[in-house]
Design a protein around this ligand. Structure first.
Ligand code: SD4
Length: 342
């Protein structure tokens, strides 16, 4: 059953700021002040790897560039990272050994583009943007998406890295039955991935540029060991990402099926339209998921991240451990531990 007492307890706890230990990151970062919260330009993104991605996006924002260019450049960092097994080139494969990538992008005019289940192309976010800008369509899938990418000058290449292949073989040895898994903070997931490490997760990024325009991007290799053909929330506009330039933007991470069922990111933006703060909007979207399926929700992670037109941001997740990164003029590398239901 949905536990209201727990909810009240959880909702009273705000986000806490983590001082990142690496020397290039600011130590002892103070909790973000109200003045800092409204600063623009700004870029925020999911998980620890968002720090490096934000810094890349910032290079565009600080020059007065467009938020759309910033988010595309930003998420290409984890897409190219060979140590990242949940986004892009080095993503873990599906049950049958195929690396299939999902991504979407949305600009300040409400234009959007996406690819799903795409193989052999290392930067799905670039293809998503090409779909948006060079076709009358929103979503291309599978071989059609790859073909379109190649026609538009991108290289077709094998993506399965030796590490990913080895991890897949280990999984095949251990697992007779189909049980895809997601998120390191979930015990089930830890048991199913070698070393239980390095599986955070989808990158969802939202930026506001110096003109006040908002764009977002989301990219992932999805659930490790998923059924071939499975598509999560990340390339689905309204589920994994939504931007309304008048209101704000939202993105999600975690078990995509639950996000799709609740049209999560669209819901968060609509709640902000009704006056919810970004954090309260994310919390309400998480609560919908929990209310609908309290038993399922105990064992899964879903996190939302949102920003409003003023540059105020917030997040909320089902499980503890959902971090997000913030970058603006006063801090380039802030990592925030988002509040959660459990
Ligand atoms: C999916 N939402 O494919 C993605 C995966 C993810 O944290 O975000 N993991 O369902």
């Amino acid at each position: 059953m949905y536990n209201r007492r727990k909810f009240i307890k959880a909702s009273a706890i705000g986000a806490s700021v983590i001082a990142v230990s690496k020397p290039t990151f600011a130590d002892n970062v103070l909790p973000t002040t109200h003045a800092e919260i409204g600063l623009r330009p700004i870029v925020i993104s999911t998980w620890d790897f968002g720090i490096a991605a934000n810094q890349e996006a910032w290079k565009t924002l600080v020059k007065g560039g467009r938020a759309l260019d910033a988010v595309e450049a930003g998420v290409k960092i984890p897409e190219a990272d060979l140590h990242n097994h949940s986004v892009g080139r080095a993503g873990y494969p599906d049950r049958d050994g195929h690396v299939t990538l999902d991504a979407c992008i949305m600009d300040e005019f409400g234009n959007c583009g996406a690819v799903a289940g795409m193989e052999d192309i290392a930067h799905p976010i670039m293809v998503a943007r090409m779909v948006m800008e060079r076709t009358p369509h929103v979503l291309l899938v599978g071989e059609g998406a790859t073909q379109f990418a190649v026609e538009n000058g991108l290289k077709r290449e094998k993506l399965l890295t030796p590490e990913s292949e080895q991890a897949w073989h280990e999984w095949l040895k251990k697992n007779g039955k189909y049980k895809p898994v997601i998120n390191t903070e979930n015990k089930l997931y830890q048991q199913n991935l070698p070393g239980g490490k390095n599986n955070h997760d989808t990158i969802g990024m939202l930026a506001i540029d110096s003109k006040g325009n908002i764009s977002g991007a989301c990219t992932t290799s999805g659930m490790a060991w998923k059924l071939h053909g499975r598509v999560g929330d990340s390339p689905i506009i309204g589920a994994g990402l939504y931007v309304d330039n008048e209101i704000g933007g939202a993105t999600s991470t975690g078990v995509g099926e639950e996000v799709i069922r609740n049209v999560g990111s669209f819901l968060v933006v609509e709640l902000m339209r009704q006056g919810y703060t970004p954090q309260d909007a994310c919390k309400e979207a998480v609560n919908r998921i929990i209310k609908r399926k309290p038993q399922t929700a105990k064992d899964i992670q879903v996190g939302f991240l949102a920003i409003n037109k003023k540059g105020e941001y917030g997040a909320y997740a089902i499980q503890k451990g959902f971090t997000f990164a913030v970058c603006n003029a006063t801090q380039q590398n802030l990592l925030v531990n988002g509040p959660s239901f459990y």
